[in-house]
Design a protein around this ligand. Structure first.
Ligand SMILES: [Zn+2]
Length: 294
C-alpha cells in the first residue's frame, strides 16, 4: 500500500508563467538536447541541458534563447542506484545556473525513474544498470517527496513536478500522491512525464499520455524521438530530444563539414529539428528559427 507523501506547507508556485500554448509556434515547445553549453549563446532555439554541464560554467554565459535544465537522473540511477547529490546541492547548482546563464523555463526535479531495468538492474546492449531494488511505489513516494523538498528550499525557482510509474494505474496513483500533498498538477505550467522514453511509440505509452493529458496536465515528454512525437506529440506541451545526435552519428557529415560526423553539430541539429517539426501530424510549425548558423 502506497504511503502518502509527507504533507508539508504548500509553497506558492513561482510567479513566472510560460506563455499560453496558443502563443507558441506550433503549440509545443521542442527542446534540442545537447551537452554543449555554448550553444546557448549561438541559437535561440530551445535547448535542454543537464545541470552538471551547466553548473560547471565558471564564466558567465548568457543564453540568447529559452532553455530547460535536466537533473541528470537517468545516469545517477543507472550508475549509482540512488541520487548522489542532496536536494540542497542541486538547488545550489540551479541557483548558480540561473545567475550565470539566465532564467530557464524550468528545471527537472531529482525524480526516480520506474523502468524495470532501473529497479531490478541488468544490462541492455552495452548499458549496465545497477538497479535500485526498490518498489515502484517507493520510487513514486521519493519522487514526490523530493519535489516538495526542492520547492521548500527554492520556492523562487521554476522546478517542475514529474509523474513516475510504469503502467497507467501507477501514473494515476502518482497524480493522487501529488494531490494529497496539495499539488494540483493541472495548475502547473509543465509536468514531466517519466519512464516513457524507451517505449514512447507504443500503444501503452499513447494510453498513458492520452489519459494524463485528458486530466488537463501540460506534459513534457522526456527523451522523445521522431516516432513518439508523431504518435503523441500533439498531446504534449513540450518535449526534448537527443535523437538528432544518434541520427547524425550513423551518417556522413554534412557537405563542407570537416568533422567525422555531425553528432555534436548545431547546424545538423537545427536541420533535424526543422524536419521533425514540419512532419508532425497537427503541425503548423515553422522552420527552425533563430540560429546564427542556419
Ligand atoms: Zn557538422
Amino acid at each position: 500500500m502506497t504511503q502518502p507523501a509527507v504533507i508539508r506547507r504548500v509553497i506558492p508556485r513561482p510567479a513566472r508563467e510560460l506563455p499560453d500554448a496558443a502563443a507558441r509556434p506550433g503549440g509545443m515547445w521542442f527542446y534540442l538536447t545537447t551537452h554543449k553549453k555554448h550553444w546557448l549563446r549561438e541559437t535561440a532555439v530551445p535547448l535542454f541541458l543537464k545541470s552538471e554541464h551547466l553548473a560547471s560554467a565558471v564564466k558567465p554565459l548568457r543564453s540568447i534563447g529559452r532553455y530547460a535544465v535536466d537533473s541528470g537522473g537517468f545516469s545517477e540511477l543507472q550508475y549509482h542506484g540512488c541520487w548522489t547529490r542532496s536536494a540542497r546541492q542541486y538547488v545550489d547548482d540551479l541557483r548558480r545556473i540561473w545567475e550565470h546563464i539566465g532564467p530557464y523555463d524550468w528545471a527537472a526535479p531529482q525524480d526516480w525513474m520506474c523502468e524495470p531495468i532501473m529497479i531490478q538492474g541488468g544490462t541492455v546492449g552495452n548499458q549496465h544498470f545497477v538497479g535500485t531494488h526498490l518498489s515502484i511505489a517507493e520510487h513514486q513516494r521519493r519522487t514526490v517527496a523530493n519535489y516538495l523538498e526542492l520547492r521548500e528550499l527554492a520556492p523562487d525557482l521554476p522546478i517542475i513536478p514529474v509523474l513516475q510509474g510504469w503502467e497507467l494505474p501507477d501514473y494515476e496513483r502518482c497524480v493522487a500522491l501529488y494531490e494529497r500533498a496539495g499539488i494540483d498538477l493541472s495548475r502547473e505550467h509543465t509536468v514531466g512525464l517519466g519512464s516513457v522514453c524507451r517505449r514512447q511509440a507504443t500503444r501503452e505509452a499513447a494510453a498513458i499520455v492520452t489519459t494524463l493529458a485528458g486530466y488537463g496536465i501540460r506534459l513534457h515528454g522526456f527523451g522523445f524521438k521522431t516516432l513518439g512525437l508523431a504518435k503523441v506529440g500533439h498531446l504534449l506541451a513540450s518535449a526534448d530530444s537527443a535523437a538528432w545526435s544518434t541520427h547524425a552519428r550513423h551518417r556522413p557529415a554534412l557537405p563542407g563539414h570537416t568533422h567525422k560526423n555531425c553528432a555534436n553539430c548545431l547546424p545538423y541539429a537545427l536541420r533535424w529539428r526543422g524536419r521533425v517539426l514540419a512532419g508532425l501530424p497537427t503541425s503548423h510549425h515553422p522552420a527552425p528559427e533563430g540560429s546564427s548558423h542556419a
